[in-house]
Design a protein around this ligand. Sequence first.
Ligand SMILES: Cc1cc2nc3c(=O)[nH]c(=O)nc-3n(C[C@H](O)[C@H](O)[C@H](O)COP(=O)(O)OP(=O)(O)OC[C@H]3O[C@@H](n4cnc5c(N)ncnc54)[C@H](O)[C@@H]3O)c2cc1C
Length: 397
Amino acid sequence: MVSDSGGLEEFRHEIRQWCATNIPPEWRRDQTGASDEAFVQFQKEWFQQLRKADLAVPHWPAEWGGGMSVAKQTILYRELAAHDAPRLVLPFVSIHHAASTLLSAGTEAQRTRHLPAILNGEIWCQGFSEPGAGSDMAALKTSARRDGDGYIVNGQKLWASGALHADWCLLLARTDPAAPKRHGISYFLMDMRSPGIEVRPIRQATGESHFCEIFLNDVFIPGDQLVGPENKGWTVAQETLGAERGMTMLELAERLGTGGFQWVLDLCRSPGADGRRPIEDAVVADRLATLDIEVTGLRILCQEFVEQRSAGPADASIVKLYYSELLQRMTDFGTEIAGLATHTELQKPLSSGWESGTWALDFISSWEWTIPGGTSEIQRTIIGERGLGLPREPRGK
Ligand SMILES: Cc1cc2nc3c(=O)[nH]c(=O)nc-3n(C[C@H](O)[C@H](O)[C@H](O)COP(=O)(O)OP(=O)(O)OC[C@H]3O[C@@H](n4cnc5c(N)ncnc54)[C@H](O)[C@@H]3O)c2cc1C
């Protein structure tokens, strides 16, 4: 267990020591081309290793096993990135989206049932999007009909990250088809082992199958698995999306700033195919400097946002938009500098997340990040309307 009681420098020293002895040295090699099973097992083991040291959920409240200050979290994520630790890809939705929803809107029974289970390795996915209901999430058609002491659910979900390996799902379904779009939706916790659920993985351009379709055919959900009041699921979902756009960013920003930027820098300092070092080119040096400034700006923005969570109505959108588009610019630049060689790299380490150092694949993956949790266009609308107070765009009922 790493002690959280001392000062920042003491904490940094402890984390450095922990990283030096606990990060599996060969994980990149082992996770490159690994099977799905090997990926899942490795992610679960790595999560438990972090948990044993009280480092798996530092952003949770202290009573549930977190309570680390933002300053210490920043040090933790910076050191993990600097020591090239694997990312927690599989439990991402569990420790961020599910936890924040349970903490803000769940019942005490739901929190007591699920938060310790998440620490024990319970995996969650998010069933919000549907064919025809992505940006316009309120258009969702999956129905939940009251039946005795529960609900019967029918419909289809799309793009659910990690659903193939999930134990539970954060599910949005329509409970009142007659109500105006946003007012007839309810929020459920759905056991993925319930009869009537079929999960089909979708193969992506990078060769991975990160997200899935979920088909729901007469699935029974007990009434005590409703989160918040019936038909008020839209409000609960905003908390989940806020977590997706905001709190997760502290770690991602540190990863991009430490691992990502350092790799670009190393690449630019190494001799290319013609024997020249790209950094000697003034244009390359200028672009590097711009990226450095941008990444520093992102880190400051994230820390400020996480420190003052209730700061502004559009802050989470600003951070998400800035991160995702900077990730694109950086991986685009890395692909350009790495040149043709990167196009022959067909596999990346599975537990590395979006910044694996395999430039062409990272660049393809970077486009993913501008879509979930609301596309860049949707974030810009939120920033315009809620942040700047611009006139609202016309909306359907
Ligand atoms: C990597 C990844 C992981 C994901 N994980 C999950 C998950 O775990 N669970 C889940 O439920 N979903 C998930 N999604 C789905 C994601 O939330 C949706 O793809 C997203 O909301 C966009 O919806 P759509 O695909 O239906 O596109 P559409 O809504 O059809 O949008 C298509 C284009 O039109 C633009 N557009 C649409 N409406 C407007 C508007 N009003 N103003 C301006 N432009 C507009 C969009 O910005 C976009 O460019 C994931 C997606 C990705 C890429």
